[in-house]
Design a protein around this ligand. Structure first.
Ligand code: GUN
Ligand code: ZN
Length: 427
C-alpha cells in the first residue's frame, strides 16, 4: 500500500464535489493486482487506522481524479489551429493530408509517443481516441499507451468513400482489419477497442452495416463517430441517405447506437434525436473548443438534460485547440453561458469538473472504474499545484468556497497546474 496526504477532490454519486482540506488517499493492489483506491477521507480520522504506513505529504497540493477525454484524434496533433472555413474544407485541406502520413509505422509511432506524453502532462489519464484508417496507426497508439500502462481506447478509422487516396480504405478489408485489431487489443491490459466509422458521409452503407454487425457481435467494445456537427455536413448526409429521418437515424439504421457508442458534437439535434440518444443508451462527447474553432455551433445542455441522455467533455484535438482539460472546461462554461438559445445557463465549476472526470467515465461505461477517487476506483490521479503561477496562487489563496477554488483553476489553469500524473498500473 501507499498513501498520500494533501487536499483531496472527488465526487459524490449526485455529481457534487467532495473536498477534504487535509485528506489521506490510500492505494493498494486489489485481488487482480490492480492499484485501486483502498481508503479516502480526512487525515485525522483515517490516519490512525494505518499505523506504520509511509505517507507522502504534499502540503499545498490537491489530489484529484485523472481527467477523461471522451473524443480526441491523435493523428491531428500537428494540425491544431489550422484555419478553415468550417468542417468540410478543414477535413479536405488539413486533416486528410495530415492523416495520410500515418501509412508510415515509424511516423505513427513518433506522433503516438508525443501524443500520449502530452495527454499525461495535461492530466488526462483515460482517452477515447481516433487513429487513422491505417491499421498500423492503431498498433502504434496501443503500443505507446500500453508502455505507460494507461487506460486508452482507439480504433481503425473506417472511410471507404468520399475520401482521397491515401486515407480511403476498402470495404471488405476494412471490416476484416477492424475485427483483427479488436481481437488483438480489446481487453489487453487497460486497452479497449473502438469501432470507428469516421462519419456517415465517408462510409458506404455496406461499411456502416458491417460496423453495426461487429458492434452487435462485440457488445463491450466501444463505437465512436461524429454526428450533427455542421450544417453543410448535415445537408450532405441528407443527400447521401435520403430515406433517413435525421443524421442520427442513419447510425440507428445500421445498428450503431447503443451503450458504449460515443458520438462527438451532437449539436444540431431535434427532440426526436435526443430521445433516441437516451433510449438507445448512446452518449455525446461535447467538444466546445472545437465547436468554437470550426464555427460549428453550441451543444445545447438544457435540451440534453431535458431529454436525459448522457454526455461528457472532450478536447477533439485537432479541431479542438488544446490538450488541457482546463481549457475545455473553460470553453464549456462560455458555451453554457452564451451559447444557449434561451437565457444563459451557468454551468457550475463542480458540474464542469464532473463532466471531464466521473461524468465522462460514467458516459463511457467506466463509472466506478476511473474518473473518481472513490474506494475501488483505479488509482489514476493528479497532484495539482494551485500555486503554479503567481496569478493562480493569488486567486486560489483568496478562495472562500470550493466553488471559488475550482473556478479559479478552471478560468486560470492549464498544464502548469498539473504537477504530477500518477497512473495506477505504473505505481
Ligand atoms: N467529422 C469527420 N471527421 C472529423 C474530424 O476529424 N474532426 C471533426 N471535428 N469532425 C469530423
Ligand atoms: Zn472528432
Amino acid at each position: 500500500m501507499k498513501a498520500y496526504r494533501a487536499a483531496i477532490l472527488r465526487f459524490a454519486d449526485d455529481q457534487t464535489a467532495l473536498y477534504e482540506e487535509d485528506g489521506l488517499l490510500v492505494v493498494g493492489r486489489n485481488s487482480l493486482g490492480t492499484w485501486v483506491v483502498q481508503a479516502v477521507g480526512s487525515y485525522r480520522t483515517l490516519g490512525p487506522k494505518y499505523p506504520g504506513l509511509t505517507v507522502e505529504h504534499l502540503p499545498g497540493r490537491i489530489l484529484a481524479p485523472g481527467f477523461v477525454d471522451m473524443h480526441i484524434h491523435y493523428p491531428q496533433t500537428d494540425i491544431i489551429g489550422a484555419p478553415a472555413d468550417g468542417l468540410l474544407p478543414w477535413l479536405e485541406n488539413y486533416t486528410f493530408p495530415a492523416e495520410k502520413r500515418f501509412s508510415s509505422p515509424a511516423y505513427a509511432a513518433e506522433v503516438a509517443a508525443f501524443f500520449i506524453a502530452e495527454l499525461l502532462r495535461n492530466g488526462v489519464t483515460t482517452a477515447l481516441a481516433f487513429a487513422t484508417s491505417h491499421p498500423s496507426s492503431v498498433n502504434a497508439l496501443f503500443t505507446e499507451a500500453q508502455s505507460h500502462r494507461m487506460r486508452l481506447m482507439t480504433g481503425k478509422v473506417l472511410q471507404d468513400r468520399n475520401s482521397p487516396d491515401g486515407v480511403r480504405d476498402e470495404t471488405e478489408q476494412s471490416l476484416i482489419d477492424t475485427e483483427d485489431l479488436l481481437q488483438r487489443w480489446h481487453g489487453v491490459d487497460r486497452l479497449g477497442y473502438a469501432i470507428t466509422p469516421r462519419f456517415a458521409p465517408t462510409s458506404s452503407p455496406e461499411q456502416l452495416r458491417g460496423a453495426g454487425e461487429l458492434a452487435a457481435r462485440y457488445p463491450d467494445v466501444w463505437v465512436q463517430s461524429h454526428v450533427a456537427e455542421n450544417l453543410g455536413e448535415i445537408a450532405w448526409v441528407k443527400e447521401l441517405f435520403p430515406d433517413a429521418r435525421s443524421y442520427l437515424e442513419v447510425y440507428q439504421d445500421f445498428g450503431l447506437l447503443r451503450p458504449r457508442a460515443v458520438y462527438a458534437h451532437c449539436i444540431h439535434f431535434d427532440a426526436t434525436d435526443r430521445a433516441l440518444m437516451r433510449d438507445s443508451g448512446t452518449v455525446a462527447a461535447i467538444s466546445p473548443t472545437s465547436n468554437l474553432f470550426l464555427g460549428s455551433g453550441f451543444f445545447d445542455y438544457a435540451e440534453a438534460d431535458r431529454a436525459g441522455f448522457r454526455y461528457g467533455l472532450a478536447s477533439d484535438v485537432g479541431g479542438g485547440t488544446s490538450f488541457s482539460p482546463f481549457h475545455t472546461m473553460r470553453a464549456a462554461y462560455y458555451v453554457g453561458r452564451e451559447g444557449q438559445t434561451k437565457a444563459g445557463l451557468s454551468l457550475g465549476p463542480q458540474q464542469l469538473w464532473w463532466q471531464h472526470t466521473a461524468g465522462a467515465a460514467a458516459a463511457l461505461g467506466l463509472g466506478g472504474v476511473v474518473g473518481n477517487l472513490a474506494v475501488g476506483c483505479e488509482a489514476d490521479f493528479l497532484v495539482l499545484n494551485p500555486q503554479a503561477t503567481p496569478l493562480l496562487a493569488r486567486k486560489t489563496s483568496r478562495a472562500r468556497s470550493l466553488d471559488e477554488l475550482l473556478f479559479g483553476c478552471i478560468i486560470l489553469g492549464d498544464d502548469r497546474l498539473v504537477e504530477r500524473t500518477v497512473i495506477s498500473q505504473a505505481l
